[in-house]
Write a protein that binds this ligand. Sequence first.
Ligand code: SF4
Length: 424
Amino acid sequence: MPGPWESHICPGCACLCDDIDLVEAEQGVTVHNVCAWGAAKFLGTKKFHPGEPRRRLTAPFIRHRGRRREVGEGEALKRAVELLAQARRPVVFGLTASGCRAQEAAMALARRFRARLEPADLHLMAPYYQALLTEEIYHAPLDFLRDEADTVIYWGANPLHACPRHLTRYAFFARGRFTERGAEDRRLAAVDLHRTELARFCQVFVKTAPGRDLELIRAVHDLVAGRGAAQAVKGASRLADFLRQGEVGVIFAGRGLAYGEGARARFAALAALVRDLRPERRYFLFPLASDFNSAGLYHLLLTRLGSPGAPDFREGDPPRCHWEPVDWGEVDAVLVTGADLFWLLPEGTRRELSRRQVPVVAVGPWEDRTAAQAAVGLPAALEGIEVEEVACRQDGLPLFLRPVLPAPAPAAHQVLTRLLEISA
Ligand code: SF4
């Protein structure tokens, strides 16, 4: 590693922290300022068990009748193209943990195979974007929130498990231009199903019951608007007081609000609450995406196709874009990159895909659960660590990611482009 590297960007999550220092020491490379997730990515260890090495996908392979065989890259690429070309309902899945170049190449592949392109966090981002279509709310860069936000709420979101340094870099402990004392100049609240670690720092922590968020949001909204809540909802008046006392505030909405029926209604209600907190106060609504380039993917979808929904090129070009997650019962081939599909899917869906022997093509750096099920595996280098890439921070800021280590495999965008060339 030619170093030392100062102010390097960590591609560990959507914070894309740009203050990472890598120094070659006697005992090996040391990484400074980084959280445990980021360190795991730089050092090639498991995210939740930083002491254990994570297995890399080292060679292309093909699986035939359950037996995995290492092959040359050309043979693996050819087989992957055959599987995707034969499919009637192929899906290109993931991409939230892929660089912008890989996302572009994946979109071109989806177009070529008349496939649906399915972002891994569509269930979180679709209801957020739908809320933006109906409510006039504003966007703010994370740096603005660090400088000015005096009131912060995490709703259905635990930053310690989504973006570990979010609290220290941007939201609560961070010292900004008008929040020079950091946490002393801010108030923090959280709403969650369980009492999380965040409760230690919060002025207000509201523990909700499953399926009760919408009721709580509406009750808070009624109180803030001076209508008086239609019925007493536990925690509503504390949250309403908390919001009313802020001048500049942000609600970070997380996956807890996105699971299950009614996500769209919950996000719409939160957006309406944020809208009505204006104009006396400046409030913002922000989805807490976790993967390092989720924002880049939605930027691509919006700029190229005009919609942040999942585009289905089988239905024409320009494609129809869907807000609802794909029906896996219809899918007959999947190309996965920038996500671990078999880690994300519910057990029943995983089993059903395996039972129907739906062929999976996995492009990525790890021997993850998806690679373990894949019909074809194609190794790729770590973006932002072994190869250069471009990514957008959680608030959309585009950043150039430089490599610091030699690459043992091609970049994902090169692998995807080769698939495209072979399929021509
Ligand atoms: S918070 Fe995210 S970007 Fe920052 S060091 Fe941790 S993993 Fe890397």
